[in-house]
Design a protein around this ligand. Structure first.
Ligand code: ADP
Ligand code: ZN
Length: 297
């Protein structure tokens, strides 16, 4: 009986479930929309139970990367819960225990962005790097940090999408999309913030639209702050908005301008396109990261 690992990319918009041993050995995967917790968790469990029967395999362990905020503290009563999320119906949802009870295998749990970072470290753009950051710029903005080879948790876990951004209200009078902060990174630069500000979804905004000058400015501001705080060896930018490939050179130029030659590193000063990069695993970073996390148990 062949052994496989299971992975779940639990997103606010969709869940991706996968059974694989790595990028070159993906047995099966399924995507479905994130509806209410009971239905979504049930679908997840059924996917794994049915696949085990159908393919006559054994699942060794499961890795889960989830939207949040989530409780990652093993000793806490609400370990494995999605906690104070703004996503309606998902506040205080026990994600891990029902799955563990049904499948009966060890489960590892982390933030969606830490998990994507783990995947990029194992098979993607950050192989052999001990310190790097992974961001998603999509429905929300989040950052995962691998520090000395390990995902950073700290007090709760980093919320890099909610740092304050300097906003020139005469250029951008938009009030921000975050219910908690008037001018945080996510509130100003997420896909839904772009859509609300400009009256059309980000994917429809042409390259010469002023939206992109503003967007790349906000992203570069945030990254220059994170470069000064974490000293990452690389920064990976994923998520739906980053499908606009012309954003990368705009961000490179502005990040260099904000840093203003202060961080004396050759890769930032003369090869910044090797430093702020797209995910090596493309849109599979999250699901393959979940497999890499399962393999780390
Ligand atoms: P999620 O955050 O739910 O995982 P995505 O990362 O795909 O999903 O992010 C969705 C957001 O990205 C939406 O706000 C959407 O408008 C935006 N988006 C999706 N595709 C593109 C694109 N090609 N160009 C710009 N923005 C996009
Ligand atoms: Zn915020």
């Amino acid at each position: 009986m062949k052994e496989y690992y299971g992975g779940i990319e639990a997103g606010g918009t969709k869940f991706v479930c996968v059974i694989a041993n790595g990028p070159d050995d993906i047995l099966t995967e399924e995507r479905f929309p994130t509806t209410n917790p009971a239905e979504t968790i049930q679908k997840t469990i059924l996917f794994f139970q049915r696949a085990v029967e159908k393919y006559k395999i054994r699942l060794t362990s499961l890795g889960v990367g989830s939207f949040g905020p989530i409780d990652l503290h093993n000793s806490s009563k609400s370990f494995g819960f999605i906690t104070t999320t703004p996503k309606k119906g998902w506040e205080n949802t026990d994600l891990i225990h029902p799955i563990k009870k049904s499948l009966g295998i060890p489960i590892a749990f982390d933030t969606d962005v830490n998990v994507a970072a783990i995947g990029e470290g194992k098979w993607g753009a950050a192989q052999n790097l001990n310190n790097f950051l992974y961001f998603t710029i999509g429905t929300g903005i989040g950052g995962g940090a691998i520090i000395d080879g390990k995902p950073l948790h700290g007090l709760i876990h980093p919320e890099m999408g909610h740092i304050r951004i300097s906003q020139d209200k005469s250029l951008d009078p938009y009030h921000g999309k975050c219910p908690f902060h008037p001018n945080c990174f996510e509130g100003l630069a997420s896909g839904p913030a772009m859509e609300e500000r400009w009256g059309q979804p980000a994917e429809l905004l042409e390259e010469d639209h002023p939206a992109w000058n503003l967007e790349s400015d906000y992203i570069a501001q945030a990254l220059s702050n994170f470069i000064c705080t974490f000293s990452p060896m690389k920064i990976i930018l994923g998520g739906g908005v980053m499908q606009k490939k012309f954003l990368y050179p705009m961000i490179h130029k502005k990040a260099q301008e904000y840093l203003n030659y202060y961080v004396q590193s050759e890769i930032i000063l003369s090869r910044i396109s090797d430093y702020i990069v797209p995910p090596g695993l493309g849109n599979q970073a999250g699901m393959l990261g979940a497999i890499a996390l399962a393999q780390s148990i």
